[in-house]
Design a protein around this ligand. Structure first.
Ligand code: LMR
Length: 417
């Protein structure tokens, strides 16, 4: 009965981790998956997370009962404040609907499924007509998530390979020409894979067109804190869109900023136009999200929610978390400087773009889009044992003082004919 099952290729990002693990070369480096490592290349358990785990371990009142379908109440309440700000008009007016999800992936999946079922401009439309526009390029998993939720993924122009920067003109033009009430996925900060974010002024221009065209903003926020080292700064674009009353939802993940990759803790937030259970009201949206959650996972898991719930609701722990985020963000910024210095001054490596290697310093968050072409990326993996995706993305979090020199040398060798 399985004769017609086609073979699917392995996941591009996780196949790199598997290849790296099997490689016996002593200088091998994993710059594939976006997962933070310390200066010795080891996974990093945030000190504040260690503390939270100790508190949870000594709390005899905790049991293993089901959580409410929407998730752990203390987590759900605090996570929406983290992204929208405690003073957000949407929160004060009870217009935000939040449910706990299986990290950012689960949030994206529910966001797609919810729009597919209930986004009014799409009612009665076919899958081909329910288009979600994704930045070109975007996170490798986005397309497949949305295709699996009854939507059709299409590209919008975002990155300009010639400048290794944002193609703002093409992006704005596309927004203007798209049919009214189109749905666009926006990376809230620290764009994956390019590390290229709009400036605040550019976000304002983008928001202005969303308003005029009544587009829907589907924010994916997987790296809050990683762009600038500051949680509020990194939420600026989302908060600006809320102020402008643009219809939106926000997916959150605590994989990166709390280092809770395997705990799968995240949230989906939908902002309604008003509170209550009248047409379009937050309570109606919540009631349908609960159905979706029940159908898919019944109730969300407890452990990650308890950790993040504790950190977000205890003032001292929240401060400590902010410090831990700064530690990670600043180590990455240091690695940007070191890699840049080696390429420019030590190896004098010809740059792939017009602005030298400035993009290594200027790009934001966990990733650098190096500008290396697929053949050069292949050479990095095959000759240097440096695991990176074929689009030229490297995870800066995999670099450290012991391997940056080797990585720079291999980039130099891969680039020179
Ligand atoms: C990445 O882009 O490397 C991360 O978001 C990990 C993943 O799930 O792909």
């Amino acid at each position: 009965v399985w004769h017609s099952t086609p073979f699917a290729p392995p996941d591009a990002i996780f196949a790199l981790t598997a290849g790296y693990q099997q490689d016996s070369f002593d200088k091998k480096v994993n710059l594939g998956v976006g997962a933070y490592r310390d200066n010795d290349g080891k996974p990093f358990v945030l000190p504040v997370v260690r503390k939270a785990k100790q508190i949870l371990a000594s709390d005899d009142s905790l049991d293993h009962e089901y959580l409410p379908i929407a998730g752990l109440p203390s987590f759900v309440k605090a996570t929406s404040k983290l992204i929208f700000g405690a003073d957000s008009p949407a929160i004060k007016e009870n217009r935000v609907v939040t449910i706990q999800t299986i990290s950012g992936t689960g949030a994206n999946h529910y966001g797609g499924a919810f729009l597919s079922r209930f986004y009014e401009p799409w009612l009665g439309k076919s899958k081909e007509e329910k288009i979600i526009y994704l930045s070109n390029p975007t996170w490798a998993n986005h397309k497949s998530i949305f295709n699996s939720t009854g939507l059709t993924a299409a590209d919008y122009p975002y990155y300009d390979p010639k400048t290794i920067g944002l193609d703002l003109v093409a992006f704005l033009d596309f927004l203007r020409k798209a049919p009214k009430q189109s749905v666009f996925l926006l990376h809230a900060c620290a764009h994956n894979p390019t590390g290229v974010d709009p400036t605040r002024d550019q976000w304002k221009e983008i928001a202005q067109i969303f308003k005029e065209k009544e587009h829907f903003a589907f924010f994916d926020c997987a790296y809050q804190g990683f762009a600038s080292g500051d949680l509020d700064n990194d939420a600026w674009a989302v908060r600006h869109f809320v102020e402008e009353a643009i219809p939106l939802l926000v997916c959150q993940s605590f994989a990166k900023n709390a280092g809770l990759y395997g705990e799968r803790i995240g949230a989906l937030n939908i902002v309604a136009s008003h509170a209550g259970d009248s047409e379009g009201g937050a309570d109606r949206i919540r009631s349908q999200l609960l159905i979706l959650q029940r159908q898919e996972i019944s109730n969300p898991p407890t452990f990650g929610a308890r950790i993040v719930g504790l950190i977000l609701s205890d003032e001292a722990m929240f401060e400590q978390w902010k410090g831990d985020i700064k530690t990670m963000a600043h180590r990455i910024i240091d690695m940007r400087k070191q890699l840049h210095e080696l390429l420019v001054n030590k190896y004098k490596t010809p740059a792939p773009g017009p602005n030298g290697w400035e993009h290594v310093i200027n790009q934001i968050g966990m990733f650098t889009f190096t500008g290396l072409n697929p053949d050069q990326c292949k050479a990095m993996v095959e000759r240097g044992h440096i695991y990176m995706t074929s689009n030229g993305r490297i995870s800066m979090a995999g670099l450290n003082e012991h391997n940056v020199e080797w990585v720079a040398e291999c980039i130099d060798k891969a680039i020179r004919p």
